[in-house]
Design a protein around this ligand. Structure first.
Ligand code: PLP
Length: 439
């Protein structure tokens, strides 16, 4: 079915996720096809993808190699159960992921999304402590402004109030966030100030007792809250404190994984290795739902060898290790490797930073942050209407031919890792025109 402006679907039945449904349906923005760096909107316009879809299409759209692998797998083994049965491609994909993993995180548990990866990682952390005779370690430490998906574990660890306030939560406490524009505004790359905020963890340990804490969960670079790179030395400090108190460190790499910073994973980029790492999105270039938890071998072994029950870990999904998603993932890894996409964000980082920080002179811009191929631009909020200016900027950008994201009054960009220099110029010059025209 070919959609266009004169042939729009009925919009009423679909309750859209994380969307202002009434606002959207009154003025829809529909994408009907995609290729390379571009979407096509239903009015025929090309829209440059400044967000890799939703931080996931790292190798660009419409990759024939992935399509061919998916088609082939569909016709070879479309689905097979993963409970008490196996299929070869899931083992192959786990092996391939282990080969690019941070040192030692070579045991892989498959899920279908970032949210599932986070909740799975939390269960693994608790199972690990129980296997070692420390079953009272069940509390989680997260961070303000953290986003870890929408499962109950993820919203408990997360620190975005709208995602949490309606629901009962797991026992969790939070460190302060690291966004400090008073000291760090317009820093390029890592902000210089704020490593001491990691010491919040010491305070939470003093408050709760280390013996009750299972895991600390952070995004190495907070993404959904508006791209907040960690202060210099911050992650190293968290690692040290976790080690000193036997608490597992979980990096949520759902956004930073698969090349976003210029290394396969942020753990490698920062030289800080977590005990567990949650991933999704770029694992299949976004084309099929999939996630994976990377687990330090000792953590895996403690659970798997430390159990008297035949089945060591009572957890899994019907679609864990789905053969078609694994085929998409293997083809995706091939592209990332062959085209040098694990390191390309590093090669472009200076160009990206130069272009973005060129927007600093705009009157409404109060901060610009960047790392790898991620960027956050803060706009001064409209009086008594926080978020309205950010939303207006996102809509105006779309009309001007680029896709960006708005979280409140923060604009985020994270283009596919195949972006050209000319496309970076286009993204940033369009942003300049859009922000300049905002009221
Ligand atoms: N964790 C992080 C850091 C994310 O950015 C996201 C999604 O943006 C998630 C978890 C949730 O992933 P999903 O939407 O696939 O459940």
């Amino acid at each position: 079915m070919a959609y266009d402006r004169d042939n729009r679907p009925d919009l009423s039945a679909y309750w859209m996720p994380f969307t202002a449904n009434r606002q959207f349906k009154a003025a829809p923005r529909l994408l009907v096809s995609a290729s390379g760096m571009h979407y096509r909107a239903d009015d025929g316009r090309e829209v440059l993808d400044g967000t890799s879809g939703l931080w996931c299409v790292n190798a660009g759209h419409g990759r024939p190699e992935i399509a061919a692998a998916v088609q082939n797998q569909l016709m070879t083994l479309d689905y097979a159960p993963s409970f008490q049965m196996g299929h070869p491609i899931a083992f192959d994909f786990a092996t391939a992921l282990a080969q690019i993993a941070p040192e030692g995180l070579d045991r892989i548990f498959f899920t279908n999304s970032g949210s599932e990866s986070v909740d799975t990682a939390l269960k693994i952390a608790m199972a690990y402590h129980r296997a070692r005779g420390q079953g009272q370690r069940t509390k989680i430490v997260g961070r303000e402004k953290g986003y870890h998906g929408v499962g109950f574990g993820g919203i408990s660890a997360g620190g975005l109030v709208n995602n949490r306030r309606l629901y009962p939560l797991l026992p969790a406490d939070h460190m302060r966030h690291t966004h400090d524009p008073a000291r760090n505004a317009f820093s390029r790359g890592l902000p210089p100030h704020g490593a001491e905020l990691a010491d919040d963890l010491e305070q939470l340990i003093a408050l709760h007792g280390a013996e009750t804490l299972a895991a600390v969960v952070v995004e190495p670079v907070a993404g959904s809250a508006g791209v907040l790179p960690p202060p210099v030395g911050y992650l190293e400090r968290l690692r040290k404190i976790c080690d000193a108190h036997g608490i597992l460190l979980v990096f949520d790499e759902v956004i930073t994984g698969f090349g976003r910073l210029g290394a396969p994973f942020a753990g490698q980029y920062f030289g800080v290795t977590p005990d567990l790492m949650t991933t999704a999105k770029g694992i299949t270039n976004g084309v099929l739902p999939m996630g994976a938890v990377f687990v330090r071998r000792e953590v895996h072994d403690a659970v798997v060898n430390g159990s008297d029950a035949a089945m060591e870990f009572f957890h899994g999904y019907t679609y864990s290790g789905h053969p078609v998603s694994c085929a998409a993932g293997l083809a995706t890894l091939d592209i990332y490797r062959r085209e040098g996409l694990f390191t390309r964000a590093g090669e472009l980082a200076e160009t990206w930073a130069d272009a973005l920080h060129g927007l600093r002179d705009l009157g409404l811009v109060t901060d610009i942050r960047n790392l790898g191929l991620m960027a956050g631009i803060d706009l001064a909020p409209r009086a008594e209407a926080p978020g309205a200016r950010g939303y207006a900027a996102m809509v105006a950008a779309f009309e001007a031919g680029i896709l960006i994201r708005a979280t409140g009054d923060t604009l985020a960009m994270s283009p596919p890792l195949i972006v050209s220099h000319a496309q970076i110029d286009q993204l940033v010059s369009t942003m300049r025109a859009v922000i300049s025209a905002l009221d």
